[in-house]
Design a protein around this ligand. Structure first.
Ligand SMILES: [Zn+2]
Length: 243
C-alpha cells in the first residue's frame, strides 16, 4: 500500500468518525421537522397514536424547590409523568429521587452533567452516560430512557446510550417555558402539538433556563390537565407509552 493509499484510508476513517458524531445530530431538529430517520429502538420523539395516551416529562431535576411543588400538583391533578433527572443532582438529593418514584412516576436520566454533546468527544459522552446510569442504578432506578441536554442527540450519544441499555427520547411537544413564563403561553405551546402519543417536554427546575420556568409550568399544569381531559387523553409513563 502506498503512502497515498494510507492517507486516503485514514481520510475516509476520519470522515466516518466525524459523520457518526455529527451528522445524526440533525435528529435534534426532528422536534420541529420531519427529520425522523432513526428507528424507534434508537431514538424516539413520540409514542404510538393509539390508544389516547401521552407522556408528560420533566427535565433538569431533582430540584429542591421545583420538584416537590410539581409532584404535589401532579398528585392533585391525577397526572403521571416521567422525570429525566441529572446524575449529579440525583447524588445531591437522593431523597427527591425516591419521592418521585414513591408518588408513582417513572425515573429516567438526563445525563450526568448538563452539557452540549455536539462539542464533546464520544469518550466524554461515554463517561457521562456511564456515570449517570451508575448513579441511578445505585439508587435503585436503572434508567431505560435517556434524554440528552438541549436535545443534542449525536450519533455517539444514541449508540452509546443503546449499548448501555437506554433508549434516547426527545419530545414532540414543549411548553417552551424558557421563552415565556406566562402559563397561558405554556399551555398554548403544549396544546398546539398535543395529540395521542405525544411526548411533552416541561421543566421542574430553573437551573438551565431563566428564573421562573418551573413556576410557569406549575401554573400551567391545571390548564394542561383541562386540555388533556377535553381531548380525552390520559397521562402515562414513558414505559407505558412505548412498550
Ligand atoms: Zn435539560
Amino acid at each position: 500500500m502506498t503512502a497515498r493509499h494510507v492517507q486516503a484510508v485514514l481520510g475516509s476513517l476520519a470522515t466516518a468518525v466525524l459523520a457518526s458524531q455529527y451528522v445524526p445530530s440533525v435528529v435534534a431538529l426532528g422536534q420541529w421537522g420531519p427529520v425522523r430517520v432513526l428507528p424507534g429502538e434508537l431514538c424516539r420523539w413520540q409514542g404510538p397514536r393509539f390508544p389516547g395516551r401521552v407522556a408528560l416529562t420533566f427535565d433538569d431535576g431533582p430540584d429542591p424547590e421545583g420538584t416537590p411543588r410539581v409532584l404535589d400538583a401532579l398528585d392533585e391533578l391525577g397526572l403521571r409523568a416521567t422525570f429525566f433527572v441529572l446524575g449529579a443532582r440525583a447524588r445531591d438529593r437522593p431523597d427527591l429521587v425516591h419521592e418521585v418514584a414513591a408518588r408513582g412516576h417513572q425515573l429516567a436520566t438526563h445525563g450526568d452533567e448538563h452539557a452540549h454533546h455536539l462539542w464533546r468527544s464520544p469518550a466524554w459522552v461515554h463517561r457521562d452516560l456511564e456515570h449517570a446510569r451508575d448513579t441511578m442504578t445505585a439508587l435503585g432506578h436503572p434508567p431505560r430512557w435517556f434524554r440528552p441536554a438541549y436535545g443534542q442527540a449525536t450519533g455517539a450519544t444514541i449508540v452509546l446510550a443503546r449499548a448501555m441499555g437506554m433508549r434516547t427520547v426527545l419530545w414532540s411537544a414543549s411548553g417552551r417555558e424558557w421563552a415565556s413564563s406566562d402559563p397561558l403561553a405554556v399551555v398554548g405551546h403544549v396544546a398546539r402539538r398535543l395529540r395521542p402519543g405525544a411526548v411533552v417536554l416541561l421543566h421542574d427546575s430553573d437551573r438551565f433556563g431563566p428564573d421562573g420556568m418551573w413556576r410557569a409550568v406549575l401554573d400551567a399544569l391545571p390548564l394542561v390537565a383541562a386540555e388533556l381531559q377535553r381531548r380525552q387523553l390520559s397521562t402515562v409513563t414513558m414505559d407505558e407509552l412505548v412498550c
